[in-house]
Ligand binder design. Structure first.
Ligand code: NAD
Length: 481
């Protein structure tokens, strides 16, 4: 029986094939026990008319091996082509994006010599759920979804990661001073799960000032966990300030599958010239080796790579006169790493993955089925009102209140404009009208309001029910309400 681990490999577009060949050369030299299935994804598949950029047979391979080493791909310009990265993450349930951002001072130029930060980004939810609407001619919306199970999974992953990688602290970035429900739920999950890890320090930063601190003093952070959008932006910032986006690899981890890649794209202008730096993809492959429980091989590859960087053998993107000793191409860099297999760096800190490899993923904690006492209290109607006059709208909408439901307020983009609005408040053509019951109400009453508004010829753009959960309001107030 083969002891090799089956993995699926895609060579990608642009510089993808060159950096993948270099990476596989190094993995081979390290004795990685891999059984490689190759699939085609990306530009050619898109241009054959498959708007997802991946064929059904490739999904079969991915679902069989459950491990995907992926080179960057080119997403063709123009509408209709779905991002393969987003499709893969969502289809395979890859909820955690892990990006170690390390500086290699003095061998790679950086303003932050002591930086060693791991960003753990939630990968499935937030504004990236991709639920967007045009509500009225002037107004669009994107729904920010944060779930309790999603938050618990990513926070627990961050703490498990910290424990296995001997990290001392987990920091949570979010913005619950403004988004009290969505980011508030993330924060609460962090607080509740953090107490289960007494061996690890924890702290919480509001993302704006936290990001400023990270860009200024990254040495103050260790593992940082955050919702999707903040993580997307800040993981690029972290990689860049560590030295170069060309040096960072990332892991996308799910309960069933995992995908490993470089964080950069296909750099088409550099393609086919033996110029590209394969380090990002190689370090992604190192994360993969840890995941598939080949920690000694991961360690050999990573230490040989550190030694190569330390010896000053550099591709053009990190080459610095006076620091680097040799400017090499993609292939020569791979040969230099392979030739150093078994060696450790002398000045940079060697890595050790003995503790990290415990069969890859932490077993996902069972998220308990949710139960809460729910009460229906009212409805928000977002309506199109092109005259933009809130008082006229209030006069029209006020007629649709019933015995049990009153028109409580009208706002525009979250700012109350009726009753007692201010003339200075700018209004668009999309207003929210809140109909609230004195106590509880039922859906038939709410539908009655919708029917009367629609019968009067007022365009309803969207609706949102208003509820209490265990006695807590499940809706925010408007500014000024
Ligand atoms: P990019 O990351 O491909 O390249 C930006 C620049 O960074 C390049 O011009 C090059 O100068 C440099 N660079 C990047 N990687 C390098 C490497 N390994 N070695 C040396 N230099 C490197 O970003 P882009 O130009 O915005 O995107 C190009 C294509 O890649 C687009 O089609 C985009 O959609 C795609 N993309 C794919 C992924 C992915 O597959 N994961 C990620 C990002 C972008």
């Amino acid at each position: 029986m083969s002891t090799k681990t089956p993995i699926t490999v895609a060579h990608g577009d642009g510089i993808g094939p060159e950096i993948m060949n270099a990476t596989l050369h190094i993995l081979d030299a390290a004795g990685a026990a891999l059984e490689i299935e190759t699939i085609e994804i990306g530009e050619k598949v898109y241009l054959r008319g498959n708007t997802a950029g991946i064929e059904p047979s490739s999904w079969e391979s991915l679902l069989r091996t459950k491990v995907f080493l992926k080179a960057p791909i080119t997403t063709p310009q123009g509408g209709g082509y779905k991002s393969l990265n987003v499709t893969t993450r969502k289809t395979l349930g890859l909820y955690a994006n892990v990006r170690p951002c390390v500086s290699y001072h003095p061998f790679v130029d950086t303003k932050h010599p002591g930086m060693d930060v791991v960003i753990v980004r939630e990968n499935e939810e937030d504004l990236y759920a991709g639920i967007e609407y045009q509500l009225t001619p002037e107004v669009t919306s994107c729904i920010k979804l944060i779930s309790r199970p999603g938050s618990e999974k990513i926070v627990r992953y961050a703490f498990e990661y910290a424990r296995r990688h001997n990290r001392k602290k987990v920091t949570c970035f979010m913005k619950d001073n403004i988004m009290k429900m969505t980011d508030g739920m993330f924060h609460k999950a962090f607080d509740e799960i953090a107490v289960q890890y007494p061996d690890i320090q924890k702290e919480v930063w509001i993302v704006d000032i936290g990001a400023a601190k990270m860009a200024d003093t990254p040495e103050a952070f260790d593992v940082i966990v955050m919702p999707n959008l903040y993580g997307d932006i800040l993981s690029d910032v972290a990689a860049q300030i560590a030295g170069s986006v060309g040096l960072a690899g990332s892991a996308n981890i799910g309960e069933y599958c995992a995908m490993f890649e470089a964080i950069h794209g296909s750099a088409p202008r550099r393609a086919g010239q033996n110029l590209a730096n394969p380090s990002g993809l190689l370090l992604g492959a190192v994360l993969m080796l840890v995941h598939i429980n080949q920690p000694e091989t991961a360690e050999r590859v990573h230490n040989a790579w550190l030694r190569t960087i330390e010896d000053g053998v550099h591709t053009y993107d990190v080459f610095t006169e006076g620091v680097s000793t040799q400017k090499v191409g993609t292939k020569e860099f791979a040969c230099a790493v392979a030739a150093r297999m078994g060696q450790k760096p002398c000045r940079l800190k060697p890595v050790s993955y003995a503790r990290a490899a415990a069969g890859g993923l932490p077993a996902p904690a069972k998220v308990a089925a949710s139960s809460a006492q729910m009460e229906l209290n009212g409805i928000d109607l977002f309506v199109y009102w092109p005259s933009r006059n809130p008082n006229e709208l209030a006069a029209a909408m006020g007629k649709f209140a019933t015995d049990g439901l009153e028109l409580q307020m009208i706002d525009n983009r979250g700012v109350k404009v009726w009753p007692a609005g201010r003339p200075e408040t700018f209004c668009t053509d999309n207003f929210r009208c809140r109909f609230m019951a004195r106590g509880t109400t039922d859906m038939r009453q709410l539908i009655g309001v919708i029917e009367r508004v629609a019968a009067a010829g007022i365009e309803i753009a969207s609706t949102q029910t208003l509820r209490h959960f265990n006695g807590q309001a499940g809706f925010s107030l408007a500014q000024g309400q």
